[in-house]
Design a protein around this ligand. Structure first.
Ligand SMILES: Cc1cc2nc3c(=O)[nH]c(=O)nc-3n(C[C@H](O)[C@H](O)[C@H](O)COP(=O)(O)OP(=O)(O)OC[C@H]3O[C@@H](n4cnc5c(N)ncnc54)[C@H](O)[C@@H]3O)c2cc1C
Length: 503
């Protein structure tokens, strides 16, 4: 099926957030992503995982990664359709929304291949702002097929990057030479990497091309994202160019991470899992009726559909916010959305898997892979606590970001009384946290309240009333449940399911 045609929430959001001009392209990729061929490539890339060849026949280092042709097909088709670069090639309003919509479809095929596509997307703005000569050389390449990676995490820490131990030694011609190691480098066959190292002036950001001296020690044996090679790397005199100011490496790093957080990451997996669950439930009978007609199952499926639609709407709204990268709203909304989506996706996929019963536990259903891949999100772009603490930091440093965020939620005031009450409570919570002696203890709670308020406000403003009412009742109402499938009675489950996937 065409993954775009059948996703009403995506189509509406693309239109709303300024991407209507790209609908034809998104439709075209939706046709490819939904084809049997694409599914077969996705399956092969997963099962014929990458292999590392460190040396050639005579013992010389080669550090080559061999990937299945299907991996290359997934990567090159994603690149050709603009998943890695559309807004950098076409600077027009709505370009971020179009790219996120394209990624939303492509991410349903393979989380692994999205990693280099997203890292490449996120490298370009860093080079534009901080890149100097390197920018002139690399931006063109990165928007026409070359790939950029991130080599930040070291053994002693991925969250606390100020403890980086890699040393950068200045060379006579102005470049530097890097000596040290990196503990997680995904897609180590990228053409170029952003990395961090210490100089005499402190932590600094560098751009290093793939070259001799960048030695791959081994590939990680990972829970998921198995199509994607992730390596441990030694840097033995790797030539690199300084990005930004020496000693001020955190600025380019944050620019890089913030663009990577635009993803899209979790919404595609939620959508892929939901579609499989719904399809199965409509065609499987038990106790004399289709599963999708059994009330307890309708509750579960409708509950999942609400989260999936909310994640899609949020991803596209955020994409529009990236048109004004420096806006205070964009800064806080990115982090809040990252926290909530990444924290939610694994449980979501596990619940969808359950809808398929035993077959959901079998590889051929595609669900085990989705579950494995989903588990990476709360780790690789910053884990739950770290992102929640980022939210607190942003609140303390930039009160105008909180104001802008709350003002956006307030646009929905009067549309649903449970949301109104939540927004009143939220203001009190924000005040309490600001005055609390131990605010970090409340970090996750605040991030969650902000995220759910934001999603509810988007749905109240833009989704049909039966979706918004159900979301508000199920997430904010006084008699809300805890797990999936606990929506209160009176919810229009049939309408929600028909909207999620026309039968
Ligand atoms: C599949 C995969 C691919 C990856 N690819 C890359 C890559 O390409 N490039 C790259 O640079 N990195 C990559 N990473 C590494 C990833 O970014 C790090 O694992 C991540 O940043 C966490 O760092 P850590 O593993 O050192 O955990 P730690 O920093 O040790 O954190 C462990 C736990 O402690 C929590 N924690 C940390 N600080 C605090 C605090 N102050 N208060 C409360 N809790 C806290 C964290 O939330 C986390 O749950 C990859 C990881 C995976 C799994």
């Amino acid at each position: 099926m065409n993954l775009y045609e059948t996703d009403l929430a995506l189509r509406e959001a693309l239109d709303r957030e300024g991407g209507a001009w790209g609908a034809e392209r998104v439709r075209e990729l939706g046709e490819i992503a939904g084809s049997a061929d694409a599914r077969e490539h996705s399956r092969r890339a997963e099962w014929n995982g990458p292999r590392l060849h460190t040396h050639d026949l005579e013992g010389r280092r080669i550090d080559e990664i061999e990937c299945d042709p299907s991996w290359h097909w997934l990567l090159s088709t994603g690149i050709e359709h603009g998943v890695a670069s559309l807004p950098w090639r076409e600077n027009r309003p709505g370009a971020h929304a179009v790219r996120v919509a394209l990624g939303h479809l492509w991410g349903q095929l393979d989380t692994g291949v999205m990693c280099p596509l997203i890292m490449t997307f996120a490298a370009v703005p860093v080079l534009r702002k901080y890149g100097g000569e390197a920018a002139a050389e690399w931006i063109d390449r990165l928007t026409t097929g070359a790939l950029a990676g991130q080599a930040y995490t070291e053994k002693q820490g991925g969250s606390d990057l100020r403890r980086t131990t890699t040393r950068a030694i200045p060379l006579a011609d102005g470049d530097f030479e890097l000596h040290g190691h990196k503990w997680f480098v995904s897609a180590p066959m990228c053409d170029v990497f952003l990395t961090l190292a210490q100089t005499d002036r402190g932590l600094s950001c560098f751009l290093a091309e793939r070259q001799a001296g960048l030695e791959i020690v081994r590939l990680k044996e990972k829970l998921g994202t198995r199509s994607l090679p992730t390596a441990e790397v030694e840097l033995r005199g790797v030539r690199a160019r300084l990005i930004g100011e020496e000693g001020r490496g955190m600025a380019p790093l944050l620019e890089n991470v913030n663009h990577a957080r635009l993803g899209p990451a979790v919404a595609p997996e939620m959508r892929a899992a939901l579609v499989r669950a719904l399809h199965h439930a409509r065609h499987r009978t038990a106790f004399g009726a289709a599963l999708a007609e059994q009330p307890a199952m309708r509750n579960v499926l409708a509950d999942l559909a609400l989260d999936s639609e909310a994640a899609t709407a949020t991803a596209l709204r955020l994409a529009r916010a990236y048109q004004d990268y420096d806006s205070p709203f964009r800064r806080l909304a990115t982090t809040v959305n990252e926290f909530w989506g990444c924290g939610r996706v694994t449980g979501f996929v596990a619940e969808a898997l359950q809808c398929l019963g035993g077959n959901g536990y079998s590889e051929q259903s595609g669900m085990p892979r989705l579950l494995r891949d989903a588990a990476v999100h709360p780790i690789w772009e910053g884990s739950g606590n770290v992102i929640a603490l980022d939210v607190l930091r942003a609140m303390a440093r930039e009160p105008e970001a909180v104001e802008a965020f709350v003002a956006e939620c307030e646009l929905a005031r009067g549309g649903d009384h449970t949301l109104d009450r939540h927004l009143d409570r939220l203001k009190r919570t924000l005040k309490t946290v600001a005055e609390d002696g131990d605010p970090q203890f409340l970090a996750r709670r605040v991030a969650e309240d902000l995220a759910v308020g934001f999603q509810a406000s988007l749905l109240v403003r833009h989704a049909p009333a039966f979706v918004a009412d159900a979301y508000c009742a199920g997430r904010l109402g006084e008699d809300r449940g805890r797990g999936y499938g606990t929506l209160p009675s009176g919810i229009a489950a049939d309408a929600i399911l028909e909207r999620a996937l026309p039968s």
